[in-house]
Design a protein around this ligand. Structure first.
Ligand SMILES: NC(=O)C1=CN([C@@H]2O[C@H](COP(=O)(O)OP(=O)(O)OC[C@H]3O[C@@H](n4cnc5c(N)ncnc54)[C@H](OP(=O)(O)O)[C@@H]3O)[C@@H](O)[C@H]2O)C=CC1
Ligand SMILES: O=C(O)CCC(=O)C(=O)O
Length: 520
């Protein structure tokens, strides 16, 4: 039974002002009404997080890990109640949401392992050398939590990028208390997951301020959260406009803070000539499958495909047309997202030099209709609109004259989360030059795959230069995501007794870099 309340430091709070979620497929209001948090409650949640911060940061790592594992268990324990609510609020199918839940709990468990192994602290010890001129001091370094983190739940991954998603998991793993601004499209999902976290907080006997959830439908709440002096960093996935607004608020504070915003990306895919000649149909089918996954509501969606004009690309486009004709209309996450997609598609279709390749089935106004367009390389290069993200199952295939045009288009593109090369051995020499351009444009480069579906691993990078993210030095997926919420501190000539245990002389068992050499 949902409460319709905000969670502030362990306490469920109601309010006079409320809003309702709607069923994604129909637009019908869902019960119960949800309380809108006030500015005073934002301040309360942040004060509680700041108060809990030293305690949480000092928690033995085994207990912090146990907390993350317990959160994962509790989310698993929500069973079908959670699935049913997410399905209603998001319109996403059960199988996708089962996978997303597995990813969410798997991510929490992976972070538990990560903090236990200690490598994330990046411990370094440089011993003193009094004989050097000038004498070299003893310097030891570790990373500590940055402080309370504000997390904005994303609409398109109501579990894996929301209340207990990657931003929250990595912030908690780093030892940072978290205040979540829930996405207004799925408040029931947010409450269920927040309830699981709150139970784990209580069971591990942590202060309630370790985690709060605030709901609202107004920009004012998010702004107040980012501006609160106790918040030390922000994690966000959503629109470019939203991310930029939060970056602005963070920069305008008396004490500016980092915002890790994942915003927009069209994820260029290059079909190299030899591979295209051999597998045009197969590539066309796989492209449509990736493009239409989850109604195209992935920031990793293949929004731009580049190939050399000719028979092989025509075969590819024929396969795309055929495949699209089999794609049903899919419910989009919200009415606004469906409207934005329809408007964006209409705009694209009217641009000079843009032609329709094929369409999926048409549905209600809340559905996204799959669609692929094509344009020449010169038309694409001359018009920025053609390379802008249109969030949904829409994409454009660019027919280039040669690989030089492919390279120059890629080099002129904005920063991307991913870039992909479809190739075989005969393409490698040309691919190497394209790879060098892609490295400068994207956070992840794929060979012979499709970019949707990010694996949560140690080496994963889900980031990229602006506007893919606000800070291309970071990743929001994988264990390296923890680094966004840590700050290095060096201790110079500090007596052993005052050093953190893992930096003391005799301590062993954690990976440390001692006088430049890695070892335990
Ligand atoms: N590339 C990607 O990964 C994604 C892109 N999008 C794009 O975003 C569009 C809208 O989707 P949505 O998911 O709602 O994303 P938004 O960026 O609009 O909203 C995400 C969150 O940020 C908050 N927010 C947005 N703008 C501001 C602001 N100016 N000040 C303070 N808080 C703000 C919203 O709160 P509130 O609404 O309560 O103000 C919400 O909680 C989509 O049509 C799509 O184009 C969406 C999801 C993922
Ligand atoms: O492709 C994925 O798994 C992740 C996509 C993503 O991060 C997003 O859509 O916001």
């Amino acid at each position: 039974m949902l409460r319709g309340k905000n969670l502030i430091a362990g306490e469920w709070r109601t309010a006079d002002e409320t809003f309702r979620a709607v069923e994604a497929a129909t637009g019908e209001p869902l019960d119960p009404p949800f309380a809108c948090a006030s500015a005073a409650e934002v301040a309360e949640a942040c004060a509680a997080a700041a108060e809990a911060q030293p305690h949480f940061a000092a928690l033995p790592l085994e207990r912090r890990a146990a907390f993350l594992r317990l959160v994962a268990d509790k989310i698993d324990g929500l069973g079908t109640i959670l699935t049913r609510r997410v399905m209603a609020e998001s319109g996403l199918p059960e199988m996708r949401l089962d996978g997303e839940r597995a990813r969410t709990v798997g991510q929490l468990r992976l972070f538990a392992e990560e903090i236990e192994n200690g490598a994330w602290q990046a411990l370094r010890i440089d011993h003193a050398d009094p004989s050097r001129t000038p004498p070299k001091p003893d310097v030891r370094m570790r990373k500590i939590p940055i402080g309370p983190v504000a997390v904005f739940g994303a609409s398109n991954f109501p579990l894996a990028f929301s209340v207990a998603g990657g931003d929250t998991a990595s912030a908690l793993a780093a030892g940072c208390c978290v205040v979540v601004k829930g996405h207004p499209a799925h408040p029931g999902t947010s409450e269920l997951v927040a309830g699981a976290i709150a139970e784990a907080v209580a069971q591990i006997d942590l202060p309630g301020g370790v985690f709060s959830l605030l709901n609202s439908t107004s920009n004012a709440l998010g702004e107040a959260l980012v501006r609160d002096p106790r918040i030390a960093a922000v994690g966000f996935t959503g629109s470019r406009g939203g991310g930029l607004a939060l970056m602005q608020h963070a920069a305008n504070r008396p004490v500016p803070i980092p915002v890790y915003a994942e915003m927009s990306s069209v994820n260029p895919v290059v079909l190299m000539p030899h591979r295209l000649a051999r597998a045009a149909e197969e590539l066309g089918k796989a492209y449509v499958a990736s493009l239409t996954l989850g109604a195209g509501q992935f920031c990793t969606n293949p929004g731009v495909v580049l190939g050399i004009a000719g028979d092989a690309l025509d075969t590819f486009l024929g396969a795309v047309r055929g495949e699209l004709s089999q794609v049903p209309a899919q419910t989009m996450l919200t009415g606004n997202i469906a409207d934005a997609y329809a408007t964006g598609s209409q705009r694209l279709s009217g641009e000079a030099g843009v032609e329709l390749v094929g369409l999926g089935a048409e549905g209600s106004a809340r559905c996204g209709r799959a669609q692929v367009y094509t344009a020449s390389g010169s038309a694409f290069a001359a018009n920025r609109v053609l390379s802008e993200e249109n969030f949904g199952p829409g994409s454009i295939v660019v027919q280039c004259t040669d690989l030089a045009e492919v390279r120059s288009i890629l080099a002129a593109m904005e920063g991307q989360l991913t870039a992909t090369l479809h190739m075989e051995e005969a393409d490698y020499e040309d691919a190497a030059a394209i790879l060098a351009i892609m490295e400068n444009r994207a956070g992840r480069i794929l060979a012979n795959g499709w970019p949707t579906g990010v694996d949560v691993t140690h080496a994963m990078v889900h980031g990229g230069p602006f506007p893919a993210t606000s800070d291309g030095r970071s990743t929001s997926v994988g264990t390296l995501a923890i680094d966004r919420f840590l700050r290095p501190v060096a201790y110079q000539n500090m007596p052993d007794a005052l050093l953190p245990a893992r930096l003391r002389e005799g301590d062993a068992g954690t990976l440390r870099r001692i006088d430049g050499e890695y070892g335990c």
